[in-house]
Ligand binder design. Structure first.
Ligand SMILES: Nc1ncnc2c1ncn2[C@@H]1O[C@H](COP(=O)(O)OP(=O)(O)OP(=O)(O)O)[C@@H](O)[C@H]1O
Ligand SMILES: O=C(O)c1ccc[n+]([C@@H]2O[C@H](COP(=O)([O-])O)[C@@H](O)[C@H]2O)c1
Length: 200
């Protein structure tokens, strides 16, 4: 009998901090795109953002963990913490597939990242081995070449255009952003006095 793999969506990001745009997107994909799980993979260092000063990995992970608590199909993952930096997705996917052979890992990326996908490390290997779901972001076109249409699917997710950059900037300006993040994340931001100074 053929083995059925669990379909796990990989949603990588710096999540500095995780916000309701991320959560609503992952929630939508679980419910409407037939994913069994979505893994929030907290990235220690995006290869395209090497110079950016980030909040500690553990605190970003803690915020993701607390935000997703209670929705059984979400997982917070520190898998990239023990891999070399910067975090190349092709290496992460290779390691994930070796470690969890019972899962099919499906990459979830936004149209912003899709535009630059050809510049990622070994994009052809990712395309050969994994399906990709690309969701729209405002200001970015979402074109899937015909030759990729078997592996790559454009999904029509609702757009909630909030960014972590906007949240960090707003906090540094003394604005109240409580409804842009999960209440538990808001509590951590207050308790630890995060993002009081905007380092971008
Ligand atoms: N509002 C949103 N809705 C859906 N996806 C989003 C949203 N904001 C970011 N993403 C996507 O989530 C992934 C991880 O995002 P990331 O942690 O970089 O968040 P961000 O808000 O874009 O952060 P920053 O402003 O710090 O660059 C990226 O692939 C990005 O496209
Ligand atoms: O592998 C690459 O070459 C590569 C280049 C740019 C971004 N990524 C990954 O894309 C994900 C989204 O990044 P970000 O910064 O937009 O949240 C994150 O997991 C990054 O590690 C990966």
């Amino acid at each position: 009998m053929e083995k059925t793999h669990l379909k796990a969506g990989i949603f990588g990001g710096t999540f500095n901090p995780v916000h309701i745009g991320h959560l609503a997107l992952a929630n939508y994909l679980c419910e409407y795109e037939d994913l069994d799980e979505v893994w929030f993979l907290v990235t220690p260092q995006n290869p395209f953002k090497k110079d950016i000063r980030l909040l500690d990995d553990r605190i970003r992970l803690e915020m993701v963990k607390t935000a997703i608590d209670g929705y059984p199909r979400f997982r917070a993952s520190d898998f990239e913490f023990s891999l070399p930096r910067p975090s190349y997705t092709v290496d992460t996917l290779r390691n994930l597939s070796d470690t969890y052979p019972e899962r099919e890992f499906i990459l979830i990326i936004g149209a912003d990242n899709w535009e630059k996908f050809s510049l990622w490390k070994s994009p052809e290997e990712i395309l050969r081995k994994h399906r990709i779901l690309v969701y729209p972001r405002s200001g970015y076109s979402l074109h899937i070449p015909d030759a990729m249409s078997k592996q790559v699917k454009a999904v029509q997710t609702p757009l909630l255009e909030i960014s972590s950059t906007f949240i960090r900037k707003s906090i540094a300006e003394g604005k109240d952003i409580r409804y842009f993040v999960h209440p538990a994340v808001y509590r951590i931001i207050l308790e630890k006095r995060l993002y009081q100074v905007n380092n971008e």
